[in-house]
Write a protein that binds this ligand. Structure first.
Ligand code: NAP
Length: 336
């Protein structure tokens, strides 16, 4: 098959290229050329900018399938549709769990309401605000234009090698380093993730079958907890880490930012976010999405992380973690 990837050089896109090549497909990627595409000498590389409608490279071409990983802004989607309408037989759009309106309850299904779609993105894309509403806007534009040719994917947290956000990577690196590790209580809070390679393999198979419809993606609802993740990190990295489970009220009072400064953490008291880590993902599982064992994700992520020398974009700095642990130990009676 001929597959066009709108994106392809950061994270999921790279794994899509790998997965497509492994299945013998002809791959074209379209990017602005700002990132190093060297891992893929065999891939056709088109230059273009979806935001400025600099997309002549797409004209007079056809593909069997397109996978859109770079559509954050409705403007980008609108521009792309002008050039691709009638030129692709099938289209997969990477949306997000963030497109849903209400995370108050676990078990969000694909039929739950989305945020009011934002179709004019001029202000929001610069700041990263309104990400979910922009995704809902992109979904709407694509749905109107493509109908049954379209599959919409709403992933939970995507994890694995080349993750530019470092959110899951923080825990792997931190546990591997050992010693006293600060973690947000309660240990049994739900975690929902998908390994980027599992998602990529399933998306390429979805191109082959022309899959349409909407799919939540992540490990099965309520199958994974934070303590299981951290235990598995310790087992895989053979770490002596000792976890100090710290009360969330202490962390919030100390100004620790959930999700970014302590990745995977959604405070239990934030009732409006209770469903964020426990979507219903049965539809994708029935459609063949397979999640590899957590240990395999951690092992490969750890190997990749050790191959680069960089400080992390997410998680506590060592100084901040030890200060917080010290304060916690002196004052914990107040919180227990
Ligand atoms: N990470 C998560 O946990 C998560 C969760 C849910 C959903 N998602 C969604 O999953 C998708 C995956 O993103 P990814 O970064 O992994 O994909 P990717 O395909 O690996 O990287 C994004 C690509 O888009 C290109 N790009 C960016 N802006 C562009 C523009 N204006 N015109 C043309 N190309 C452009 C970038 O290259 P250049 O910079 O060179 O142009 C890059 O190749 C995203 O849509 C994201 O919203 C992610």
């Amino acid at each position: 098959m001929r597959i066009l990837i709108l994106g392809g050089t950061t994270f999921l896109g790279r794994h899509l290229v790998d997965a497509a090549a492994a299945r013998g497909h002809e791959v074209t990627i379209l990017t602005r050329g700002r990132r190093d595409p060297q891992p893929f000498p065999e891939v056709e590389r088109l230059r273009g900018d979806r935001l400025t409608d600099d997309l002549a490279a797409l004209d007079n071409r056809t593909w069997d399938s397109a996978i859109d990983t770079s559509g954050i802004a409705p403007r980008a989607v609108r521009n792309t549709l002008k050039h691709l309408q009638g030129a692709v037989g099938h289209y997969i759009y990477l949306s997000s769990i963030a497109a849903y309106e209400d995370f108050g309850l676990p078990g969000i299904t694909e039929n739950d309401p989305l945020r009011p779609p934002l179709l004019d993105d001029q202000a929001s894309i610069e700041t990263g605000d309104d990400y979910g509403a922009l995704k809902a806007g992109c979904e709407q534009l694509l749905g109107d234009a493509l109908g049954e040719q379209l599959a919409i994917i709403r992933p939970s947290l995507i994890v694995g090698p080349h993750d530019p956000t470092d959110r899951f990577t923080y825990w792997v690196r931190r546990i591997a380093q050992g010693g006293d590790v600060l973690a947000p209580a309660p240990p049994e809070q739900w975690v929902q993730i998908v390994d980027t390679r599992d998602l990529a393999a399933w998306l390429i198979k979805s191109c082959e079958t022309g899959r349409s419809g909407v799919y939540n993606v992540g490990n099965p609802e309520k199958s994974l907890t934070l303590d299981k993740v951290l235990d598995e990190c310790a087992r895989v990295t053979r770490s002596d880490a000792l976890i100090d489970w710290v009360h969330e009220d202490f962390l919030l009072e100390a100004g620790v930012m959930p999700w970014t400064e302590l990745p995977l953490w959604i405070p239990a008291k934030e009732a409006a976010m209770r469903g964020f880590t426990s979507m219903d993902t049965r539809r994708a599982a029935s459609a063949g999405l397979k999640c590899r064992p957590l240990a395999a994700t951690i092992r490969d992520l750890w190997a990749w992380d050790r191959s680069r020398e960089t400080s992390l974009k997410a998680g506590l700095t060592p100084d901040r973690e030890s200060q917080l642990l010290e304060q916690w130990r002196m004052n914990q009676a107040r919180w227990l």
